[in-house]
Design a protein around this ligand. Structure first.
Ligand SMILES: [Zn+2]
Length: 499
């Protein structure tokens, strides 16, 4: 991995300008006493942004994120030019690039920095996808904060960070950050780094959904998808908030980008989706599901205390598999999936599990998470089948038992949970059924056994070999309505209030 050393260069004229700019008091009122950093961004033309920052605390380490990229061994750091650091007396401080997006000052700490950020990220192919980094579209620039702002992630978690942008007249900024006059206020380094924003001519749309202000902005090439997704933006936040009995932060920004592959990335209170362009109507079920899946991650991780996650892959069967199943369940209940597509989606989950067992032979569900991409089918399929079987079983007694079992996970004070801790907590509200179903799926449940288990709940599963799966729903029987995955659909709810 090549290392880049950024040499100190001092330009006295520019230095004096910054001395003036950043010797303005950071702490000017009681309310602002917790401001930990102030960033000033100016677009200077030719895809270049001038960034200046002043820190309340002496800072010796600054980070960008680092993603693998073809054509960019330096990752996001290669877009940073002429980084300079200064101490509290505005004396230059040497700063060196170490590796993987990390810079360190050499002899003294820095109280302010300046650099140019060049929006040249489209010259590389990013392994995680450009939605995790940055891209230019139409006459606008999309960035994830940790590809743009050099940040010390050890700063206080909720310390205030102020941002000011100086942009051309016709430009707008779309971000999930709050505004206070001309200043954007961000709480904590994570909220700055782990969020996406757009600057440029692109215009966003905003929709108020309950307490939540939802803003979305689309690349022109995917504008038809943005229109098709409007019902999803209108209905799902309500369905998710009702399911979890809580909603994430008051603002949520969604960015739709054009690409040659469909995928998405979720951040703190924003997320981005890239769509295979030109758009094909036939692909709509895939991007609708991807969007709804990413939204579900935000609700799971941020409503109430959020579900705390311990590092490592032992809980991916839960975070990905349950998310996939809940996405289908709540899309159906919001009338965003019809009966036929719901059946196909459930068949896909079961098939994915069966195929995953053949791909990841001898690998347990928790261990599979350590190699997520190799065991993708087993993790997503296995986790979703656990959720499906548990919901089928618990719903036989109460239509809200599965929901309440999951809500319990969000009230653990954000304690980091691994796969076993998740199971223990679910057992507390399922009389131990969560672990029992997990064990069966982990050991290997045949398609015949899955058919037997789901038949009683009104889902008829037929299969052949490991890759043919057909699903049909029985007629509703009082509380058990498999067609609605055991809950009431939006149209039924509206119908019942009309009667
Ligand atoms: Zn996911």
């Amino acid at each position: 991995m090549p290392r880049k050393r950024i040499e100190m260069k001092v330009n006295i004229t520019r230095l004096m300008f910054f001395v003036f700019l950043f010797t303005q008091p950071i702490f000017c009122s009681a309310e602002q006493s917790s401001v930990i950093a102030r960033y000033s961004v100016k677009y200077v033309g030719n895809d270049r942004f001038s960034v200046k920052a002043a820190f309340a605390l002496p800072t010796s380490r600054l980070d960008l994120n680092h993603h693998g990229a073809v054509g960019r061994p330096g990752g996001q750091a290669s877009s940073v030019y002429e980084l300079k650091a200064f101490d509290s007396h505005n004396n230059p401080v040497a700063i060196e690039y170490k590796d993987e997006g990390t810079w360190r000052t050499v002899d003294a700490s820095a109280r302010r920095i300046e650099y140019e950020l060049v929006a040249d990220h489209d010259s590389a192919i990013w392994a995680a996808g450009k939605e995790e980094v940055a891209t230019k579209f139409d006459a606008s620039y999309y960035f994830v904060g940790d590809a743009f702002f050099l940040v010390d992630y050890d700063w206080p978690k909720t310390g205030r960070i102020h941002l000011n942008f100086e942009l051309p007249m016709s430009w707008r900024l779309a971000s999930p950050w709050r505004t206070d006059g001309d200043t954007l206020v961000v709480y904590g380094p994570d909220a700055l780094g782990r969020n996406a924003f757009v600057v440029g001519n692109a215009r966003s749309r905003t929709q108020q959904v309950g307490q939540l202000e939802l803003t979305w902005l689309a690349d022109e090439r995917v504008a038809p998808a943005a229109r098709a997704l409007a019902p999803l933006f209108e209905r799902l936040p309500l369905a998710y908030s009702s399911f979890w009995k809580g909603s994430p932060d008051q603002q949520l920004s969604i960015f739709l980008l054009s690409d040659n592959l469909t995928d998405g990335g979720a951040f703190k209170n924003s997320f981005a989706m890239r769509l295979d362009t030109p758009l094909r109507d036939s692909e709509q079920p895939i991007w609708m599901h991807t969007m709804a899946h990413e939204l579900m991650h935000i609700w799971m991780d941020q409503s109430n205390d959020g579900i705390g996650r311990r590092e490592g892959g032992s809980l991916y069967w839960f975070t990905e598999g349950f998310t996939d199943y809940l996405t289908i369940k709540l899309m159906r209940q919001s009338d965003l999936l019809d009966r036929t597509m719901t059946a196909q989606r459930i068949a896909n989950l079961i098939r994915r599990y069966a195929v995953g067992r053949r791909i990841s032979v001898g690998t347990g569900l928790q261990a599979a998470g350590d190699r997520k991409h190799e065991n993708w089918e087993l993790i997503y399929g296995g986790g979703a089948v656990i959720a499906l079987l548990l919901d089928a079983e618990l719903s036989a007694n109460s239509p809200v038992a599965f929901r309440d079992m999951l809500r319990h996970l969000q009230h653990q004070g954000g304690k980091p949970l691994d796969g076993n801790a998740i199971l223990n907590l679910m057992d507390e509200n399922s009389a131990g059924r969560a672990s029992a179903v997990f064990r069966e799926v982990d050991t290997g449940l045949t398609l015949g056994k899955i058919r037997e288990r789901l038949y009683a709940a009104g889902i008829h599963v037929e299969s052949f070999a490991s890759d043919e799966v057909y699903v049909e729903f029985a007629e509703c029987r009082q509380l058990l309505c498999a067609d609605s995955l055991w809950g009431q659909r939006r149209s039924e709810a509206i119908g019942s209030t009309l009667k």
